[in-house]
Design a protein around this ligand. Structure first.
Ligand code: S3P
Length: 177
């Protein structure tokens, strides 16, 4: 596995509320790399917000756009890429992510994710009164998919900067998991 300073891109995956964006920004600063938020790329390419894409095109339309956005990142160099929580559910996305660089799973307990998600604003899959149950079953369903990542980093109880440092250490050590 390549050293982060040499590797072109690092891909962060994990559940909603696992801190991919905040950790990604810190990690990019540590590595003097660019930070790319895949959801922001999707929204920019679509000319609509994520909630608008879901309401006009459904989850299917969003997933299609997500894969296209991942494909479009091939040319970007030396970057930390934060993906959306559901990117791992589309098989086709895996070779695209692996081609970009090492894939790192930011593992979070449901409780911490729910606290960060709050009322789910901006996250169409995390809304409604039954969201805690839905989030719990989504997390159970997706965990084996996140575990396909090259590296796993536990984030509970740690600050975004501490997690970013851990990710950097793991990548530098090149030790898988
Ligand atoms: C999703 C997570 C969101 C966003 C979209 C779908 C998911 O990103 O991509 O709302 O399926 O888990 P975050 O993980 O950044 O919230």
């Amino acid at each position: 596995m390549s050293n982060p300073s040499e590797s072109q891109r690092i891909v962060l995956v994990g559940f909603m509320g696992s801190g991919k964006t905040t950790v990604g920004e810190k990690l990019a600063a540590l590595l003097q790399a660019r930070f790319i938020d895949l959801d922001a790329v999707i929204a920019e390419q679509a000319g609509m917000s994520i909630p608008d894409i879901f309401s006009r095109e459904g989850e299917e339309g969003f997933r299609w756009r997500e894969t296209r956005a991942l494909e479009s990142l091939r040319a970007s160099e030396h970057a930390v890429i934060a993906t959306g929580g559901g990117v791992v559910t589309v098989e086709e996305n895996w070779p695209l992510m692996r081609r970009l660089g090492p894939v790192v799973f930011l593992r979070t307990q449901l409780r911490s994710a729910l606290t960060r998600i709050g009322d789910g604003r901006g996250r169409p899959l995390a809304q409604g009164d039954d969201r805690e149950e839905r989030m719990a079953s989504l997390l159970t369903e997706r965990t084996p998919l996140y575990e396909k990542a090259d590296y796993i980093v536990d984030t509970d109880g740690l600050s975004p900067l501490a997690v970013a440092r851990l990710v950097r250490e793991k990548l530098q050590a090149g030790s898988e998991r």
